[in-house]
Design a protein around this ligand. Structure first.
Ligand code: PMP
Length: 434
């Protein structure tokens, strides 16, 4: 065996997930005593609810550490039906509890994809969709090529139809609503139209609704239509990671799927995890069986408002509205073609993110990780004073940028944007490093 054959060709291409790579950078800076304003990580770090903590303590005290049904605790699967309000349409055999929504997604890909089946992804796919699809021998495809202009980067039925026309082996369309990273919320009508296309064209519509309780300004979640027509094609994914403070490390997610798909997922899961950890399933059960307070969304809305206030008239960026999630999505294309005080030319999102990190200690997520050069994602789960000071640091850093060109800067910037958009798909291998 040659040295370059030690790792499979498939996995040799993988990079660590974007979020984990950022965590390392943050830790390095902290260890060096440098200021860090962390807008990078996708995690609400308030308090885990006391009832949830107690449920975990009881689970251990009562030695709830034996294997569960590989599909998860029946009571938890039952609770999921109420949590999602789908009891009249599904039974617990439709519910599979997994080790985080990541495993739910991986299970789905493995359950329905034959090698090279196309997995259609939305316009700014969350960082792990592609690696997971590839690991399942699927062929991930963005239904809108990087760099294409679309209102708020939303996929339309035409985009979907166009792809399905040329990809007979497309197996599923995966949509995250609300969207990480863009923070946009597809409306009920938009969801209905996309679901309709999937049903007509007989491909699965996989709805990743992980942030569905984090909606602001009185918005309600646009539920997909569930009836005899849609049920064979609709698969919903959800979990504990985002709608509950400190829920990510519980590693509990679930999918609600047609019976045959759920069965395939359970069979598979019985072989490779035998179901998620038992104690945290009890924590999830406690979380889902008590009334959801909605406090987290209220707190996050206040932080969103603070961030938008502090970032008002920020130079060189266009900040999108954030009706949902805990992300603010920034169009930073006007920074391209500008020079940093250290003489570095900013040509892409990675360079802007790197400049903010090294010059101001501000951690953001580069759009490249989401296949969209030209953007940054900022998470506003940080404490309020961090948001205020962080925005001041960003403002100072962006104000220090200088245009390079004596010719019309806007035209030059536009050319750079076109060029980077054209190269981004080549640069975006699976889980490209940022
Ligand atoms: N989908 C989206 C859109 C996410 O943002 C994440 C986590 N960041 C996941 C799925 C995976 O969630 P989990 O932590 O439950 O595995």
């Amino acid at each position: 065996m040659e040295d370059n054959e030690r790792i499979s060709a498939k996995l040799a291409k993988f990079r660590p997930s974007l979020t984990l790579a950022m965590k390392e950078t943050v830790e390095r800076r902290r260890a060096a005593g440098l200021p860090v304003y962390d807008f990078g990580l996708g995690e609400a770090k308030g308090e885990l609810g006391p009832e949830l903590r107690e449920a975990g303590e009881i689970a251990f005290r009562e030695q709830q550490t034996i294997y569960t049904d590989p599909a998860g605790l029946p009571e938890l699967r039952d609770a999921v039906l109420d949590w999602l309000g789908v009891r009249e349409h599904y039974k617990i055999d439709n519910v599979v509890v997994s080790t985080g929504a990541k495993q739910s997604l991986f299970n789905i890909f493995l359950a329905v994809c034959n090698p090279s089946d196309a997995v259609l992804l939305d316009a700014a796919p969350w960082v792990s969709y592609q690696p997971l699809a590839v690991a399942a021998y699927g062929f991930p495809v963005m239904v809108i090529p990087p760099g294409t202009r679309r209102a708020r980067l939303k996929v339309t039925p035409d985009d979907l139809n166009r792809n399905l026309d040329v990809r007979p082996h497309a197996k599923l369309f995966l949509l995250n609503n609300p969207v990480n990273p863009t923070a946009q919320l597809y409306s009920a009508a938009e969801i209905e139209d996309l679901l309709h296309v999937c049903v007509e064209r007989r491909v699965y519509f996989v709805l990743d609704r992980l942030y569905w309780r984090i909606l602001f300004d009185g918005l309600t979640y646009p539920e997909p239509r569930i009836d005899e027509q849609t049920k064979p094609w609709l698969i919903q994914v959800d979990g504990m990671s985002k709608n509950f403070n400190r829920g990510g490390g519980l590693r509990i997610g679930w999918a609600v799927a047609p019976r045959d798909v759920a069965k395939a997922m359970i069979n598979l899961q019985s072989h490779y995890t035998a179901g998620p950890a038992t104690p945290t399933q009890y924590v999830a059960l406690a979380a889902l069986t008590r009334p959801y307070t909605g406090r987290l969304a209220k707190e996050l809305q206040a932080r969103r408002d603070l961030l938008l206030h502090e970032a008002a008239d920020m130079p060189l960026v266009d900040i999108w509205p954030s009706p949902a999630t805990f992300y603010s999505f920034w169009d930073v294309r006007r920074c391209f073609g500008m020079w940093t005080p250290d003489g570095i030319l900013l040509r892409g999102s990675d360079e802007v993110a790197n400049y903010l990190l090294t010059s101001a200690g501000v951690v953001t997520a580069s759009g490249i990780g989401f296949m969209q050069n030209g953007y940054l994602r900022l998470s506003f789960t940080a404490p309020e004073e961090q948001i205020v000071e962080g925005m001041q640091a960003v403002r100072r850093a962006l104000s220090a940028l200088r245009p390079r060109f004596s010719e019309d800067t806007a035209a030059a910037n536009a050319r750079l944007v076109e060029r980077t958009a054209a190269t981004v798909s080549a640069a975006c291998e699976v889980g490209a490093p940022v």
